[in-house]
Design a binder for this molecule. Structure first.
Ligand code: TPP
Ligand code: MG
Length: 386
């Protein structure tokens, strides 16, 4: 190696045209489907309309407020050492409640690890979401009771599960639909591309709901794609649409339309919900290390809950008594979750080996025996000390 090349190698790497993430050209920024502006003004969209009663609108608001309260409680519980980890959905309430409320009971959901709002819509008790994060169970709910699959941490893999399930639904001749949630980062996974291919060619009744929350831990969306994510669908032969992910009405309308399309046997749709992760990736992450405060502030102005509240107040769809009662309900929920988590019994350590294989497995049997011996070694030393 020459002196020059060594010196060059030591220089800090400057972003070059080749390595830097290209700034997206303005023309590549498409219009979002929006039915409620950040200021809480109702607007119409030529392809998506929605007509909800005041009661239904208050219902969506209540769902978002209680989900945010639950999420805040879980974050606090992690900080108090009651949970090992928590992945907050702060900022993504509209994307999750809008899409979650578009579903029918017989539809099936394949979530990631952040879909607490969708779980809420499915009727999964929020306390059940916390067992895995406390480390006392492997999941915490029966997926088939609410047609809500267990949380999936292997990024993107649930899109394949959803596609396979949807192909099965079609073979059964049912008119249910399937929805797979995933993130902007997951869109780079091979599994997601494979699920797009399979669902397209088999015309599977599945909706791919991508919450583009702008970040995959510390990687911005510019590192995942050169085109708006929803445009990926075109190359696979099915429609894609970008919706304002902080607008619960638009998320509901767009998801409903995609689900209806799936039910009619017209195949998959990609919905890109353009939103923002207001909090950290998980409680183990510190976003101040990689993103600017101004960015978060800009998104705070588009808060999904505040904009629906502004609309409810302006149209007099909700009064003070409603908001006060909801505050009280939120506190009751927080308290219930806190107490339930603290009361969760520690599992038998040997339960770790259960549920991996229906019919057992020799490797797991070996590991179980090793772990049993290890556990027993503690008992022995305690006995010896007596
Ligand atoms: C296959 C795989 N690779 C890497 C990881 C580590 N990991 C956990 S979350 C995450 C980022 C996911 O980002 P995104 O899909 O945008 O979802 P978000 O967390 O923003 O909701 C990564 C890389 C993982 N869990 N699984
Ligand atoms: Mg993301």
């Amino acid at each position: 190696m020459t002196v020059e090349s060594t010196a060059a190698a030591r220089k800090p790497r400057r972003a070059s045209k080749r390595t830097s993430a290209a700034k997206k050209p303005q023309s590549a920024e498409p219009q979002l489907v929006q039915l409620l502006t950040p200021e809480g003004e109702r607007v119409e969209h030529p392809d998506y309309s929605i007509d909800l009663s005041a009661d239904e609108l208050r219902g969506l608001y209540r769902d978002m407020v209680l989900t945010r309260r639950f999420d805040a409680e879980a974050t606090a519980l992690q900080r108090q050492g009651e949970l090992g980890l928590w992945a907050s959905l702060l900022g993504q309430e509209a994307a999750q409640i809008g899409s979650g409320r578009a579903l029918r009971d017989d539809d099936y959901v394949f979530p990631t690890y952040r879909e607490h709002g969708v779980a809420w819509c499915r009727g999964v008790d929020p306390t059940n979401l916390l067992g895995m994060f406390r480390g006392v169970n492997h999941g915490g709910w029966d997926p088939n009771s609410n047609n809500f699959h267990l949380y999936t941490i292997v990024i993107g893999s649930q899109t394949l599960h959803a596609t396979g399930y949807a192909m099965g639904v079609a073979k059964d001749g049912a008119d249910s639909a399937v929805i797979a949630y995933f993130g902007d980062g997951a869109s780079s996974q091979g599994d997601v591309a494979e699920s797009f291919t399979f669902s397209a060619v088999y015309n599977a009744p599945v909706v791919f709901f991508c919450q583009n929350n702008q970040w995959a831990i510390s990687e911005p969306t510019e590192r995942q794609t050169r085109v708006p994510l929803y445009q990926r669908a075109q190359g696979f032969g099915f429609p894609g649409v970008r919706v304002d992910g902080n607008d619960v009405l638009a998320c509901l309308a767009v998801t409903r339309s995609a689900l209806e399309r799936a039910r009619r046997g017209e195949g998959p749709t990609l919905v890109e919900a353009f939103t923002y992760r207001m909090g950290a990736h998980t409680t183990s992450d510190d976003p101040t290390k990689y993103r600017a405060d101004e960015e978060r502030a800009a998104w705070e102005a588009k808060d999904p809950i505040l904009r629906l509240r502004a609309y409810l107040e302006k149209e007099k769809f909700a009064d003070d008594a409603f908001f006060t009662a909801l505050d009280a309900e939120s506190e009751t929920l927080g308290k219930r979750v806190r107490e339930a988590v603290r009361a969760m019994p520690d599992p038998d350590p040997m339960a770790l080996f259960e549920h991996g294989y229906a019919d057992g497995n020799s490797l797991v049997d070996e590991e179980r025996a090793q772990f049993a011996a290890y556990q027993a070694s503690f008992v022995d030393s305690a006995e010896e000390g007596k």
